[in-house]
Ligand binder design. Structure first.
Ligand code: NAD
Length: 520
């Protein structure tokens, strides 16, 4: 090990710069409310994307550790299920307060490990915190139904937890996505195993510490680490009843298929290619600002990043205005004041993005703004890609058919709104789509006809807040979108129904005969 193992930072001391960590500490497992050193023989080096300095080593948790986490969660389940909803709600209130208290620390961990700017990392925490805040009000959603179905007979319905459940998380929202699961899975009475992304588990480790402080009993929330091996363990372990996955299509389609074949419930949010149709009648300044922010914010590493523009009619000339706004964005270390976007997650990711830009050039598109080769002076070793705009793209080009997941805006030109709708609907992804227009009639038509699941009208990144649900569709969600994250569908995902039919006769039975036919 590189040093002693402990939780990644303490409440009072956390990083505020990209300075090299002198003795990086290894990331631990979190089992039974304890941070336990891993006996792993395989470790994954985690580097600060702005410097490529070593931050920590993440274990490939051993088979014994994976089993210990499941045992801990299985042991905790009966007691946690038997804890009243109101008592669980009190713990959630405390958890919410603690996240607010540790907000800056969580954001700092995200900036150090994931690379996004501190201001944006605070948004990452807030979006997750809002799921926890909304979960506190789940008491009303959890009420069942009752009906008197015959004389002296009634049927009541209850929602009960599933048991041990697991969450497999991506790198791009290290706090928000664990928080899509922790609050709803636990307040409904399940016990949970989280496998954070091996590329940035620090925020999840802080959340584990806050769970313990909030009063979650040992075993209700556990954290295990690793990559595909840990995922396979989760998919095949019979004690795990449900899996929440967020990440790429490659991993998610496999997890959905094999998890479902093993009889588990699986919710899986996948990749995207989010389009915006820009109409000549829109509020131009608002649209240009919104597009530049949504395309390049978080270095384009958001599943709802606005990565594709469909410029209708004369708006094809506006790419030059967008390029001006993109050039004005500051690409720098996420701790630096004024930074608008940070590096991409890894050298491999940088290379993949640069190769996709090159493929666009080779296929005849125009690289209007080229972010390749950019380096901020202070951080020459980071994984930098500056804002890039590719114009005159055609739907067959690789930069259009593949999710780029970097600060690259792909622009197509079409003559009419009909062509814009047809182009967007022909794309196999269906996470989000936006329209910029002043016409209510055009917006209404777009809303009705577009097949993507989350529509923005003059809103570039239309992610619903947690009182709704995250509603991507088509190839952006596995299983046809039957199980969506958070909101009421999130509660339904983590619970199963039980109905109880009871008969309390008000008069004694007079017949001496057993009935063999179904009552009619
Ligand atoms: P990823 O699929 O590489 O990793 C996600 C998780 O799956 C990680 O925990 C990883 O360890 C595991 N994993 C990776 N490859 C695996 C394999 N072959 N077998 C088993 N497990 C595997 O995704 P990422 O790069 O961390 O995240 C980016 C992707 O996530 C993008 O495609 C993005 O669109 C998507 N995403 C989607 C949403 C959404 O809500 N639709 C939200 C965030 C991110």
């Amino acid at each position: 090990p590189a040093g002693t193992s402990t939780a990644p930072s303490t409440a009072s001391s956390y990083p505020t710069s990209h300075e090299q960590i002198q003795s990086p500490k290894d990331t631990t497992n979190f089992i039974d409310n304890q941070f336990v050193e891993s006996k792993a023989t395989q470790w994954i080096d985690l580097h600060d994307p702005a410097t490529n300095n070593l931050v920590t080593r993440v274990p490939q948790s051993t088979d014994e550790e994976l089993k210990a986490a499941v045992e801990s969660a299985s042991k905790a389940f009966p007691g946690w299920k038997g804890t009243s909803l109101l008592a669980r709600q009190q713990i959630m209130f405390k958890f919410v307060g603690l996240i607010r208290e540790h907000w800056d620390r969580l954001a700092a961990s995200i900036t150090l490990e994931q690379g996004k700017t501190v201001a944006d990392a605070k948004g990452d925490v807030l979006r997750g915190l809002q799921v926890a805040e909304t979960a506190c009000g789940i008491t009303t959603q959890m009420t069942g139904e009752v009906l008197e179905v015959a004389k002296d007979m009634e049927t009541r319905s209850y929602r009960e937890p599933l048991g041990v459940v697991a969450a497999i998380c991506p790198f791009n929202f290290p706090a928000m996505i664990p928080l899509w699961s922790i609050p709803i899975a636990t307040i409904t009475g399940n016990t949970l195993l989280i496998k954070p992304s091996e590329r940035d588990p620090g925020a999840a480790m802080i959340l584990a510490e806050l769970c313990e402080k909030a009063g979650f009993p040992p075993g209700v929330v556990n954290i295990i680490h690793g990559s595909a091996k840990t995922v396979d363990f989760i998919i095949d372990e019979p004690a795990i009843k449900a899996i929440s996955f967020v990440g790429s299509n490659k991993a998610g389609e496999y997890i959905y298929a094999r998890g479902s074949a093993n009889g588990k419930r699986v919710q899986a949010n996948l990749g995207a290619k989010n389009h915006a149709a820009v109409l000549p009648d829109c509020n131009k300044n608002h649209a240009l600002n919104a597009i530049a922010g949504a395309a390049f914010g978080a270095a384009g590493q958001r599943c709802m990043a606005l990565s594709t523009l469909v410029l209708v009619g004369e708006t094809k000339e506006w790419v030059h205005d967008i390029a001006e706004r993109a050039k004005a964005l500051s690409v720098n270390g996420g701790f630096e004041k004024g930074a608008d976007l940070g590096p991409v997650i890894s050298p491999q990711s940088k290379k993949r993005i640069e190769d996709l830009i090159q493929s666009a050039q080779d296929e005849g598109a125009e690289i209007l703004l080229d972010g390749r080769g950019y380096k901020p002076e202070k951080y020459p070793n980071g994984n930098w890609v500056g804002p890039t705009i590719i114009a005159n793209v055609k739907p067959h080009m690789k930069c259009y058919t593949e999710e780029i997941f970097g600060p690259v805006l792909v622009c197509l030109n079409v003559p009419t709104i009909d062509d814009a709708i047809a182009t967007i609907n022909a794309n196999e992804y269906g996470n989000g789509a936006a329209i910029f227009t002043r016409s209510g009639a055009t917006a209404g038509r777009f809303q009705r006809e577009i097949e993507a699941g989350q529509i923005g009208i003059n809103v570039p990144i239309p992610v619903p807040l947690p009182m709704f649900s995250f509603t991507g569709n088509k190839k952006s969600i596995a299983g046809g979108g039957a199980n969506t994250f958070y909101g009421k569908p999130g509660m339904l995902f983590y619970t199963q129904q039980k109905t109880v039919t009871s008969l309390w006769r008000s008069e004694d039975a007079t017949s001496q005969r057993g009935e063999t036919v179904m009552p009619t």
